[in-house]
Design a protein around this ligand. Sequence first.
Ligand code: NAD
Length: 732
Amino acid sequence: TNGTFRSLRIEKREDNAAIIWLDVPDVSVNTLQADFAQDFNRVLEQLSADKDLEVVVLASAKEDFIAGADIKMLTQLPDAEAARQLSRTAQQAMDQLEAFPLPIVAAIHGVCLGGGLEVALACRGRVATNSARTRLGQPEVKLGVIPGVGGTQRLPRLVGLETALNMILTGKTHPASKACALGLVDEVVPRPVLLEAALARARELVQENNKEPEAGTFQQVSRIFGSMLSLRKVRSLLLEKNSLGRSMVFNQAKKKVLSHTHGNLPAPLQALEVIKTGMEQGLEAGFKAEVEAFGDLAVSTKARNLMALFLAKSALKKDPGTDEEIAPRLVRKVGVLGAGLMGSGIAYVTAAKARLPVRLKDLKQEVLRQGLRTLWNAVTEQVKKRRMTAGEGDRVLALVRPTTEYTGFKQADVVIEAVVEDLKVKQQVLREVEAHGGPEMIFASNTSSIPIHKIAEASDRPEAVVGMHYFSPVPKVPLLEVIVTEKTVPEVVATCVALGKQQNKTVIVVRDGAGFYTTRILAPYINEATHLLAEGVSIQDIDKALVNFGFPVGPLKLLDEVGIDVVQKIAHILEEAFGERMKPTSVLAKLVSSHRLGKKNGQGLYRYQKMDGIFKGKGKQVDQSVYQSLGIKPDKKLEANEIAMRCLLPMINEAVHCYHEGILRSARDGDVGAVFGLGFPPFLGGPFRFIDNQGLRNVSKQLVHYQEQFGKRFTPASLLVDLAQQGIGFYD
Ligand code: NAD
């Protein structure tokens, strides 16, 4: 009987084995859609009628196993009850899968995430490939929800409480080897033998089945002894067997969550409670608690914001970045000018992600060596994390060829410059590289503040000049802002967008102008923090307020990181372009004139320690002497929320200006840019989502309130006022 269902297909083999092929129609990666539970139920029903059947394997007919639930489907759930119903039916289908008379084994290659891992957990065995593509995890909390298909119950029972909490509360994913060491998969094999190994594992389980019905602690312990002999694991397993030990584990996990999320994210805390319920009151109660929590979270504003960002990111992957359909040019080689912090990072993503050959040029051998070392470190980290094999790592390193001349630039299709932030120097290298490069070469600048059209004035071919604005550290920050001047032709834009995607970046395209988009909205945010400081609010209070609000670092710490002199330069460019609302306080000038440049010279608002010749450390302690340099007494107390809103409002208001002026192509791009480039709290969805959620009238009112106190820098953007009057939101 070879049956077909919507997204599953049964293949019956001659040796009485059946393979359930997962193959969701019309998508490139399998996702769990609303009808998946029904499909599973019918497949199992059909298989149970087959009396000759001996073993069953569940495998994907696509490249990856299952990426998780269909997020779009989740965002369309009308209410919490509908979400609960979805979770309940999915749980029931997985119960059927688990209780099937024959052991079913999951054959896992590629991503096996979220609901996908929960399907695999309901199987009785799991075999995974050793491919770098294979990753297993429960990343639900990153979307503001918790596993809703039984994962909160099955995972701790399979791998132990500590490991399960670690995975579910952080959303971290694991490669197959690690998953095997954790007991999450039974065996790791090369891809070509995956199916055979899964079938063999199923036959093995049939035999074990006849002997022993259930795995107890002893078996778990001995399996771990067998696989990795980790005493720590054994200790934690034994610890988890008594309720005192468990409550210790839970308390620790809760503390960790709160220190990471500052209480802004309810999902990990809910997950913790649900897991606890299952541990203390049994499976049945655990499953019920999972349904309840999943239902509430799935329709919460924070989850919706996170899911909207996820969908925006996916949509941008398909967006060519230009309004007209135009094919990007083929890029075969990239030139990078400047092997400093940014240049070496750009070389890394070009070689490691886009797998393109790179010519990396700097003035001195010494700097090149340092740049290559940075590159080597980044590759080593990938190999360590098993995101890359050692062989791949070697190939990546071999792709980058250093030079102090323009040798090899003739064949470069795109040249990205990351030399010092100085218009004259940038124009100089532009002229040089145009003289050495081919006639079709694209010149992209990574400047963070100089308008691209000014750099392009030095070019013979301004139509091929564009901005490619990366963020530090380049290997980690996912955003790339492509900046287009009036002269840049669409083919050049499409080519840079395609290259950025190959470098694994989320790319937004913005129009040229002072500060583009990201720098332009960041500046008033940092500026307002310096206003607060000048008023006498302490550095610690300011940064803490914004970190608790959801930013990864506070604005004043960021000032130290970016460099106070750099921010000062940018502030002047923006003041020149936008006038009074961007006028910097005297704080920046005072700091720079007292030689406080931030982390780079070890003197800023925070204290740094010198190690190996450079200033390191997170700058945990405020340098108290800074108040004296500024002539400030830090004795003004403001509510944390007041501080946060003071900094946030000018930022989101500036985002509206950018939207109105056509700097942005859409509100979506504005949200993605702020979250993925600047660390805007993702659960707030980005500036535009935040304004919509708060209500345009409310935001406008708050701005007016501060405008009365502080003047023009809080004047609401005219578009905001107009839309508020009309009752239209940015996403309507
Ligand atoms: P950096 O000082 O670390 O690196 C600049 C490198 O350029 C130096 O190694 C220098 O030797 C080299 N260089 C100077 N003139 C050159 C020339 N004629 N040919 C080749 N190399 C030359 O600076 P960085 O932080 O990497 O910044 C580089 C650019 O990226 C700047 O325009 C900066 O505004 C921009 N940017 C920086 C950040 C950041 O966070 N640091 C973020 C976004 C953009």
